[in-house]
Design a protein around this ligand. Structure first.
Ligand code: ATP
Length: 131
């Protein structure tokens, strides 16, 4: 059994599409084990995105993720990390599969609608930040 941290990002909640995105995960064999809505503080956002601190898009990224509410979920199941990343699609909505969440809902590389953990280590680290 594997678990992953998913964030449904502010662009989705602002457009009132949160339910649609949750439904996508709900329709899989994976299980939503926890869910909460939170307006991230800068501290939480900086902790979450620490590995991107030196990147040119970092400031924009922190501004975006803290500008409104996000929905944080713990999703668990077999190969949950890989499965959810497949469902989410490429980081860049223009490169993402049209049927993936980012392909369907993503606006730009920054405003790309969802996040999910990329490894077991990061999922445990991220779950401890958000839950
Ligand atoms: N070139 C870029 N320009 C602007 N924003 C970017 C760029 N690359 C990444 N980002 C932002 O930083 C986040 C984290 O980047 P990362 O490379 O970890 O992508 P990811 O693993 O696909 O996304 P996430 O970690 O959110 O699931 C991306 O989701 C996106 O919002």
């Amino acid at each position: 059994m594997e678990r992953t941290l998913v964030l449904i990002k502010p662009d989705v909640l602002e457009r009132k599409l949160m339910g649609e995105i949750i439904s996508v995960y709900e329709k899989t064999n994976l299980h939503i084990a926890a869910i909460k809505i939170i307006k991230p503080t800068e501290q939480i956002a900086e902790k979450h995105y620490i590995e991107h601190k030196e990147k040119p898009f970092y400031v924009e990224l922190i501004r975006y993720i803290t500008r409104g509410e996000v929905c944080a979920l713990i999703i668990e199941g077999e190969n949950a990390i890989t499965e959810v990343r497949k469902i989410n699609g490429d980081t860049d909505p223009e490169k993402a599969e049209p049927a993936s969440i980012r392909g369907k809902y993503g606006i730009s590389k920054t405003e790309n609608s969802v996040h999910s953990s990329d490894s077991k280590e990061s999922s445990e680290r991220e779950i401890s930040i958000w839950f």
